[in-house]
Design a protein around this ligand. Sequence first.
Ligand code: ADP
Ligand code: MG
Length: 682
Amino acid sequence: MDIRTLKGIGDKTAILFNKLDIYTVRDLINYYPRAYESYEAPMLIADCNEEKIITVKGRVFGKPRLAVVGRYKILSVTVQDSEGECIRLTWFNMPFLMSKLQEGSVFYFRGKMSYKGKDKVIEQPEIFTESQYKEKINQLQPVYGLTKGLSNKTLVKAVKGALKEIVPTYDYLPEGVRKKYNLTDYNTAIQEIHFPSDSEQKMNARKRLVFDEFFKFINVLSSFKEKNQYCENDFIIKRDSIIDTIIKELPFELTDAQKKVLDEIESDMSGEKCMNRLVQGDVGSGKTIVAVLAMFNTAMAGYQAAIMAPTEVLANQHYEYISGLVEKYNLPFRVSLLTGSMTAKNKRKEYERIEIGLSRIIIGTHALIQEAVSYDCLALVITDEQHRFGVRQREQLSNKGRNPHILVMSATPIPRTLAIILYGDLDISVMNQMPSERLPIKNCVVGTDYRPNAYRFIEKEVKSGHQAYVICPMVEESENIEAENVIDYCEKLKKELSQDINVEYLHGKMKPALKNQIMEDFASKKIDVLVSTTVIEVGINVPNATVMMIEDAGRFGLAALHQLRGRVGRGAAQSYCIFINTSKNKETQKRLEILNKSNDGFYIASEDMKMRGPGDFFGIRQSGDMGFNIADIYLDYEILKQASDAIQLLNKKMIEISELEESVLKEETAGWIEQASNKINL
Ligand code: ADP
Ligand code: MG
């Protein structure tokens, strides 16, 4: 059901909702509040001495006045509280309130108090009757994530309308499961998550919805797992002798972890079943070369291998690296790059090469899974930075071949026990070792007054031949401003740094070709300092960069910060990460302190989990990466286990389930696999 079917939502408002990824009534009720706010008891006018949102209980004093100023109608009225103190209230273009505000009547008025000269006024206050307001006091009011032009009030109204449309629905979760794990029914939960009666109800609602997300997730996964279990290996691929040569001539020696993982991959690919493997390794542990070698084995055996990366910049980088090696060793096949920004003509040329099997290594973004691409004999598919993709996309890529080997690479640090549940359909290789030549990154967390020192330091590093990244501060949470922001900062930095240092900027809104150009120029050292947004967060590899300076570090989650920091410390030289903290918030300082102390992704993830109490579950979450709306894989680990447990017991028929329940659940699950899976990321 389209959201435009709701009262009050026309085409214009619908576009705003679309910006929040809300298209259907179902999307809307799944758009949970970001936080809750409760209305406080009314205060005396005399007690309010600062400009803030207050509620005043007052009697209308005298008649309201309506003034017409140009096109505006300004209604104003004075109200008096129980102590006899007065305050003036005004409303723009709401003349109809006139009749409501009868002299002598009592209301609760809520709005932001401000001073006009010495007088206190409230503009545009909301009006409540006593009973209306009393009800609000006991209730938690939802606060939704908004976009420009869409107010919380509009969202609240829309959600209320949506709940009326959708609730009650049949609860797909069998009663036996709900009883066993003490879960609220769906209708209550969805109502309470938006409009909680109290905080206990809110927590219960949340638990149920978290359970649902995990339950769906695991169900979708097990469908993949089933499919994969009986997959015979149609492409038996053994190590090619060229691999030994390449390894011998690499500028470094593979770590034991890399050797082990390569072994595992090779024995999968030459074994009886086809490979379904996740390689999990911290940023900078050297996953790329392992993937590349697996691709070379495939191509040398006469088959095709494809690797999908989440950004064009990263795809491009892989392309440069791989085609460099192919050229160097004069390997008997071509390499293709496929990205969204290529011209139709160029794309067609590549499609042809891929289709006739001339290209045996194909690198790209989502463009790899587009309909027009058909492969000759796709035997290995790899997704790099898998946490940025959906299960569905991974599947789409593998559907391009007939039972190809699957390799998934991720830097998301997840404890093994969790990984087994989350990546149920995959075997797991852990690359738990950094190249030995690496010096640990030196970190510091500092305030803005340290900036001049940081700039001098960057100058020094550049003078000694290295490069630096600066992640730009955020002025406003708006995408459009982002570009301006980066450009301004870059200008400022050019003035701060010595003339001969080449500073450039990069942001998400730039044309892909320009982005690639900038990245190439940075990689080839034509640019010394790159001012950027988080577009460089994943995968980018410029080992000569030794300084990462992150402005407003507090606004990022720990996982994102760890990824950003992972852009340095990729070569033999000492690297540095400067976190600029603008927040006075103790919590933020503590979080940054965790990064300051450690460079280990697993440690950071576990500390992060320890720090987060159940109270702040609506913030930016790492598991947001995995496509969960409300669930948190660390915080809600117990619920995750329960959901996993429930599914196993259901499968073994150890939880009672009626015929009707069983068929509803089956149908739902089919629906999830069909629709939801492209939203769920691994
Ligand atoms: P990630 O695991 O984050 O994808 P990369 O594969 O991009 O990491 O590797 C990071 C950098 O480390 C690259 O410059 C790569 O050439 C280098 N590298 C990879 N393996 C080793 C190794 N065994 N010793 C030294 N450097 C290595
Ligand atoms: Mg990588």
